[in-house]
Design a protein. Structure first.
Length: 126
């Protein structure tokens, strides 16, 4: 399986890390890659990649270019590109994504809508 660095990209490119012992409440808007390993509540938006760690707990509506989820998420998720749901993920909320992968063992309770793919991706066949 891939490690966290391969999922998120080069860790030097990560702008924000919410560590395992950190609890954050509020509205977060950014342009860089974000890693959440702790607890987050509110809304979370970035124009780049978002990684939710295996032990993370997020209660928020989220928007990002690419997303990988390994922890617990309660809220709606909007992804311009690819959403990866790992085997440890537990999601309660609606998903809107251009592409999606769900590993065996993951839990998803919500509606899933596939949108047009991000620029540079293959075109959807009608």
């Amino acid at each position: 399986m891939f490690n966290k660095e391969e999922r998120v990209g080069n860790l030097r490119e990560v702008e924000t890390i919410i560590g395992p012992s950190v609890k954050v409440k509020g509205e977060f808007n950014g342009n860089g890659n974000i890693i959440v390993e702790g607890m987050f509540e509110g809304s979370l938006k970035t124009t780049n990649s978002l990684y939710i760690g295996d032990k993370a707990s997020v209660t928020a509506n989220m928007e990002a270019k690419e997303v990988t989820i390994g922890g617990v998420v309660i809220g709606n998720i909007k992804v311009q590109g690819h959403l990866e749901i790992t085997s440890t993920a537990k999601i309660s909320g609606d998903i809107e994504s251009a592409s999606l992968s769900i590993a065996k063992g993951a839990f998803l309770n919500g509606k899933c809508v596939m949108t047009k793919q991000a620029e540079g991706s293959q075109k959807i066949i009608k």
